[in-house]
Ligand binder design. Sequence first.
Ligand SMILES: [Zn+2]
Length: 251
Amino acid sequence: MTMETGTMKNGRLSLKRGCVDSIDGTSARGAEAAVRPGRPHILSKYVGQTVLAIGAHPDDLELGIGGTLAKLTRAGANVTMAVVSIPNHLRSRREEAKKAAKILGCDIRLLTPNKCSRVEDMKTHELVGLMDELVREFKPAAMFTHCLANLHLDHKLVYDACMSSQRLRYFDLYCYSPTSCHSVNVAFHPQAFVDISDTFQIKMDAIRTHSSQFAARGLGTEHYKDAVTLYGRYIGVDYAEGLEIMRLRLT
Ligand SMILES: [Zn+2]
């Protein structure tokens, strides 16, 4: 889906990405990502490979793993954010989603871009079919999806559908933090933590792009900073995102 060419310049690898056509006709990427040839990290295993990130609604991916996605694209992975439904404010949320994906450096695929809908309106086999199509098309090396510890039914349904898609082929599978516009207490116990100190500001910029969900409703975004600060303390860095590991191939 994405063409890349790399050139070395002043000791930095510069990756130039081509454009990608998505279901709604969006050409998402256009930016150059500069990568310092520094320490490899565990996510380096996805360099040059495709990573699929699935969210029930616009903003879920930014809230849950915006920093990780930005880190992956900057390392040279091809990341596509797939958004299953847009529940309301169709036009503005569609634009917010595209803008936020661009900030993160990801492609975006809106699965139902032309009408407001909720995941719970779909039949189970339709939702699983959508995830299956993505897996068949992208052949991802890794998938990131919702965790089960969510208050929102749509998030749990997407989790279930993604679990189902594991039968089609092997890919590493991770679940990201519960995503809610409010701070809530749910049983999420991540086993892995991604250092996002260098992409934290990008994550917050992407979150604030969803102004229909925050500024327009008088809601702040500070508790997302609190969460990644706490996870950062667990691993001795400024900011980190937590992941549940569902399956991971160590090679
Ligand atoms: Zn959501």
